[in-house]
Design a protein around this ligand. Structure first.
Ligand SMILES: *Cc1c(COP(=O)(O)O)cnc(C)c1O
Length: 460
């Protein structure tokens, strides 16, 4: 491998990124002999410290990559240690933090909701031994997650009880398994949705051993359709929020309030985890509202509009929640202490980044974009501020656009922005790369500007 690379190097071809070797011919051969050995590089105090922080494998990989660059002639042999240090990841986590400049607030590929500073601190604190299942006063075992369940019920007083599982899909699976295995779930044909990445709600429900009793049509379902289908086999009526598409035109759907009078429990999958109504999202159902309208159970995700960690919320009737929480499957779907800590901080802490992005004043976004464009503009920097339209994304508020502002850059910069030291993910629109500011916290503006400068240098 080393040999092949060396041969390629002597041909003085540009390497994969198009960078020209900085030394050539005989000089390159001489430089190659001066490349320090791995064990010598690993004695650099910065790399010794990095082994303690990141583990030996990661550091060795960075050293090998740096040696490889020296072999190509793209860095001088004396700079191998510096290059290895620069190549080290920030943490051993295997995931890289990125700036979400897509204008999609809850971007599935970027991990949906970013945690608040309060939630991040809570996660760090809970990482060691913690009182997750112990009452420190009495010294006896205590209910796991009791503080977070209390916080949930304080935020949604219309819920008699609450339970937390791994994600929204797990909440539905648990409800279907505990209440409907071998029985029927009555659901509208207009609500048999695909969540994303090929996951289809009907398949998920059927996998529990429940039978789906589909009623109505794609565009129109009446209360009478449900009423006619309900019988001794019915476990519950399921009302699914069509969170990632909209049907318009000749449509009709029964509300939870209509369905609550049918004599069987109504389970409402609201998707987004909005606990109370939001003025900007009038079409988005909220947990408190659905329970007040008569839903027996509400299921939702924790990492959508609630702005917390990935988890699934189950709220509602104490008897039903208890049945779910005591079912053997609940143990397989339970969340870890880090999730419990992050969720508690999300519920009780300051405004989440998701809420800040949602509530951001478009005029402030425009001012930020103009200020950034002004700082960045200069020779070779084709940057200007433009109006933009952001979306909620992540399976929430379909069709809602949020007025926003963006930096407009040449389309070709997108790749350099993604692969720079601080990765920035924008979106391509009409042949330009837009960096939408709505999902970028204002305190990241300086980082964003630096990332654009670095990308511009890389393109030259
Ligand atoms: C997002 C969503 C789900 C799935 O939730 P996850 O947390 O992604 O598992 C289920 N139902 C609806 C309506 C959703 O919007």
């Amino acid at each position: 491998m080393g040999r092949r690379v060396a041969e390629r190097g002597t041909e003085q071809e540009p390497d994969e990124d198009g960078a020209q070797p900085c030394v050539t011919g005989a000089a390159l051969g001489d430089a190659r002999r001066r490349i320090p050995r791995t064990d010598a590089v690993l004695k650099d105090p910065r790399l010794v410290a990095a082994v303690g922080r990141l583990g030996p494998g990661t550091v060795k990989t960075a050293v090998r990559q740096a040696q490889e660059q020296a072999r190509h002639g793209t860095v001088p042999p004396e700079a191998v240690a510096d290059t290895a240090v620069a190549l080290l990841p920030r943490t051993a986590g295997g995931l890289r933090p990125v700036i979400n400049a897509t204008g999609v607030l809850l971007h599935t590929n970027l991990g949906r909701a970013p945690l608040s500073a309060a939630a991040r601190l809570a996660v760090l604190d809970a990482a060691g031994p913690t009182d997750v299942e112990l009452d420190l006063v009495t010294g006896v075992r205590a209910r796991r997650g009791r503080s977070v369940l209390q916080a949930l019920r304080e935020r949604v007083p219309s819920a008699d009880a609450a339970h937390v599982v791994n994600n929204g899909a797990a909440a539905l699976v648990l409800a279907a398994t505990a209440l409907a295995t071998g029985r029927e779930i009555v659901v509208s044909r207009g609500e048999l949705v695909e969540i994303g990445d090929g996951f289809r709600l009907p398949d998920l429900l059927v996998s529990t051993g429940a039978r789906l009793r589909e009623v109505g049509t794609t565009n129109r379902t009446r209360v009478e359709d449900y009423a006619a289908a309900i019988g001794p086999e019915t476990a519950f009526v399921l009302k699914v929020h069509t969170s990632n598409f909209r049907i318009t035109g000749f449509t009709r759907a029964a509300s939870v309030r209509d369905l609550a009078g049918l004599g069987v429990p109504v389970v409402a999958d609201i998707g987004s985890g909005l606990l109370a109504p939001h003025p900007l999202l009038p079409e988005e159902p909220d947990a408190a509202g659905q329970l007040r309208s008569g839903a027996a159970l509400v299921t939702a995700s924790g990492d959508k509009l609630l702005g917390g960690p990935q988890c699934g919320l189950i709220l509602g009737d104490a008897g039903l929640v208890g049945t779910l929480a005591r079912h053997p499957l609940a143990r397989a779907l339970r969340v870890d202490k880090l999730t419990l800590a992050a969720l508690h901080a999300t519920l009780t802490g300051p405004e989440t980044p998701t809420a800040s992005a949602l509530n951001a004043d478009p005029r402030t976004l425009t001012r930020r974009a103009e200020r950034l464009a002004c700082q960045l503009r200069g020779p070779g920097l084709d940057v200007h501020a433009v109006p933009s339209a952001a979306t909620v994304g992540g399976g929430g508020a379909p069709g809602v656009t949020l007025p926003s502002a963006a930096l407009s850059l040449p389309e070709a910069w997108a790749s350099a922005l993604r692969t720079g030291p601080v990765p920035v993910v924008g979106r391509i629109e009409s042949g330009r790369c837009l960096l939408d500011l709505r999902a970028v916290p204002e305190e990241d503006d300086a980082l964003l500007a630096e990332a654009v400068r670095t990308a511009a240098r890389a393109r030259r």
